[in-house]
Design a protein around this ligand. Structure first.
Ligand SMILES: Cc1cc2nc3c(=O)[nH]c(=O)nc-3n(C[C@H](O)[C@H](O)[C@H](O)COP(=O)(O)OP(=O)(O)OC[C@H]3O[C@@H](n4cnc5c(N)ncnc54)[C@H](O)[C@@H]3O)c2cc1C
Length: 504
């Protein structure tokens, strides 16, 4: 069994201090000393099952959390138990005999990951066995389960979200320990039995569990699929782009865009950080990553060397939000100072493994994170509207464009064949909220469909979630009812935000 450490009744604030709650108990789960991976999974799941049963009996709401990084209040619970998972952070390799006869991948490409392993820990474990993740977010301190729960994504335009790696999920409800896979089995029945789980093989239930927003049960472990290890070459530069370049991106002409500003090849990843006050006269910050074969002779880069470099932007953005003077100039200064100036095409190549392209993030008091995801083919039509509305609302920080394919999971915000995600990251001040609200209203008024990130500030409610996800929402609710038919079980996972979203 796992160990339960009760840290007691307390006021708890999430990582970036955007939400807080009064807890009946803050509970930490720690692995027991079982001898192998299956036994660990079984021990943890049985401990969680007992905890959830007790919660149901005494009607105490439970909130499993990872790193507590989501700025939206999905990770807080009033008068409940907050259950921390970060010490459930082991990863395990598999062998061919562990696989189901229908499994379509080799054992080497699979990794069993406990829910609380951070994205960084998963990168490290994968690299140790010559493997790599395909995509991830801009930072790496989230737990793997927490990142999947909200559909965390980056800007690998041929991949969806981090949850796309998931091939099976171990999920605990107050009634059962479940192992959820697609209809085509991945792990053998014998292996799964040793994890103490009942098997559900169903495509719809699996797609619901890939992105569950913390409302489908307590995830204790996931099976993920990795790629052979590779490296990426990083180009980061400040450059003035023109309106027509937005049209290129809208049409998916990434190679053409790269030939203009980066290397003469198709980028694996590409991102633009723009100054909304003057997007075409002021320089944008461009970031390209190009895939390279793995070379063990290339040493890991110094910390931060390949990272996204958001911190300075956010800090300077805060100073700017409090002053109306020279906003565009101050923001531009902040943008360019925060960005490396030695990663251009003629500089010595900066190459590292995928896992080294992100970095930990220091907590920033009161951060605002909001985004909208739209069909990439609507980018040209929506771009000016978005920028103008954000600025008119007083939004005083950078706007980032990222590109992803259709992501896995019934509730994945990136649900068009190709998507553009427009992020508004900055200080948690009224002008950031107002700017974001104006963007949302303007898109609605123009009849341009969009979705929002579950883990960020989103102003969503049940009515809107139903409208945004239509049949996928109905299917997700059906799947949730298969896993937890009893309303009292679902109620264990209730918090204000999930109830508001219609997910509990
Ligand atoms: C600095 C920063 C950078 C970010 N960068 C990006 C980015 O590049 N791209 C992007 O898409 N997003 C990004 N985000 C958003 C972030 O990735 C998501 O909010 C993610 O969900 C946070 O993971 P977490 O482990 O902290 O989850 P938490 O915030 O702890 O939890 C998120 C949800 O999942 C549930 N949950 C967590 N663990 C479990 C479990 N074991 N079982 C059941 N439910 C569980 C929680 O209850 C909650 O509902 C960023 C956020 C910050 C603060």
């Amino acid at each position: 069994m796992a160990r339960i450490v009760n840290l007691g009744q307390q006021v708890w604030t999430n990582y970036h201090q955007t939400a807080e709650c009064n807890l009946k108990g803050r509970i930490e789960l720690v692995n027991g000393d079982e001898e192998n991976g299956r036994a660990h999974l079984k021990g943890v799941a049985e401990t969680v099952l007992e905890l959830l049963r007790e919660a149901r009996q005494y009607q105490i709401p439970v909130r499993p959390i990872g790193a507590g990084w989501s700025p939206s209040p999905i990770n807080v619970v009033e008068d409940g138990w907050l259950v921390e998972t970060l010490r459930l952070n082991r990863t395990y390799k598999l062998s061919a005999e562990n696989l189901h006869a229908d499994c379509d991948v080799d054992a080497e490409s699979l990794l069993l990951v406990q829910a609380g392993a951070t994205v960084d820990e998963v990168y490290e474990s994968a690299e140790e066995i010559g493997r790599s993740l395909r995509t991830g977010g801009a930072s790496n301190g989230q737990s793997f389960a927490g990142a999947c729960a909200t559909g965390t994504h980056g800007s690998v335009w041929q991949a969806g979200g981090i949850q796309d790696h998931v091939r099976a999920v171990q999920l605990v409800t107050p009634d059962r320990i479940l192992w959820i896979e697609p209809e085509k089995g991945v792990l053998s029945d014998a292996f799964i039995a040793q994890t103490g789980s009942e098997i559900i093989r169903d495509d719809r239930i699996f797609a619901a569990a890939q992105l569950h927003v913390g409302a489908m049960g307590f995830v204790t472990a996931m099976l993920i699929e990795t790629d052979p290890i590779y490296m990426v070459q990083n180009i980061q530069k400040a450059a003035r782009i023109k309106r027509e370049h937005i049209d290129w991106l809208c049409r998916g002409e990434f190679k053409r865009f790269s030939c203009e500003f980066g290397l003469h090849e198709e980028p694996y990843f590409q991102q633009l950080i723009m100054n909304p006050f003057d997007p075409f006269d002021k320089k944008s910050l461009l970031r390209f990553l190009y895939k390279r074969p793995y070379d063990p002779g290339i040493p890991p880069p110094p910390p931060g060397d390949m990272g996204a470099g958001y911190d300075a932007l956010t800090l300077l953005g805060k100073a700017m939000a409090e002053s109306d003077l020279f906003k565009a100039e101050i923001l531009q200064l902040a943008m360019e100072q925060a960005y490396p100036d030695n990663r251009n095409v003629d500089d010595p190549p900066a190459i590292a493994t995928w896992g080294h392209t992100t970095e930990e993030h220091a907590p920033i008091a009161s951060l605002f994170n909001g985004s909208v995801t739209l069909d990439r083919s609507k980018l040209s039509e929506a771009f000016d509207l978005i920028i103008d509305s954000f600025r008119r609302g007083g939004g005083g920080t950078v706007v980032t464009l990222r590109f992803v394919r259709k992501a896995k999971g019934l509730l994945a915000p990136a649900h068009w064949p190709d998507n553009v995600v427009i992020d508004f990251d900055g200080p948690n001040v009224e002008s950031s909220h107002q700017g974001y609200k104006k963007v949302v209203e303007a898109l609605d008024d123009a009849g341009i469909a969009f979705t929002r990130h579950w883990g960020k500030t989103n102003n969503l409610d049940e009515h809107r979630v139903m409208r945004d996800y239509e049949q996928n929402f109905a299917d997700w609710k059906w799947a949730q009812a298969q896993v937890m038919p009893d309303a009292a079980d679902r109620q264990v996972f209730a918090n204000d935000e999930l109830v508001k979203l219609g997910l509990i």
